[in-house]
Design a protein. Structure first.
Length: 157
């Protein structure tokens, strides 16, 4: 799979996730029956599913998507490298946490969250993390900026 294809896959998932958060910001709770049940199913705790909570999340998801696409297309410089790395780290951490929750630690196995985590959230994150990492480690930022991601991250420029 080409670097641009990897970026497109991860960016596509992040964009769909952002769209879902924007939908919830309207006050809709589908597929749950109430904001509380939605929060428990998605996060395993009660958090207000209101615009002040959801809009920044959607913004971060869309920013990550844009930075991945920029990085894969040789644009965005160090910001795109770091942003792509942040997406890789974030999805890897969420995937690792999901593995812990899958064992039943911190998650009741009788809840929707447990099954959504086991069948959707964790596999998605564990699948997306290496793709995002590959994008972050991709081709050099630009010919005039160094020999690659490692040089860009370590140079302090």
């Amino acid at each position: 799979m080409r670097l641009r294809d990897k970026a497109a896959v991860v960016a596509g998932v992040l964009t769909v996730d952002a769209a879902i958060h924007l939908y919830w910001a309207t006050g809709a709770t589908w597929p749950a029956r109430s904001p509380d049940s939605l929060s428990r199913a998605v996060l395993n705790l009660e958090v207000p599913f209101t615009p002040p909570t959801l809009l920044p999340v959607a913004g971060l998801l869309l920013s990550g998507s844009a930075l991945l696409l920029a990085r894969a297309n040789g644009r965005g410089g160090r910001l795109a490298v770091l942003g792509s790395g942040a997406v890789a780290a974030g999805t890897a951490l969420r995937g690792a946490a999901g593995l812990v929750w899958a064992t039943g630690v911190g998650a009741d196995t009788a809840t929707p969250f447990y099954w959504l985590n086991l069948l959707a959230y964790t596999p998605a994150c564990l699948g997306l993390a290496p793709l995002a990492l590959r994008v972050a480690r991709g081709a050099p930022i630009a010919a005039d900026e160094g020999a690659g991601v490692k040089a860009a991250l370590l140079s302090g420029r």
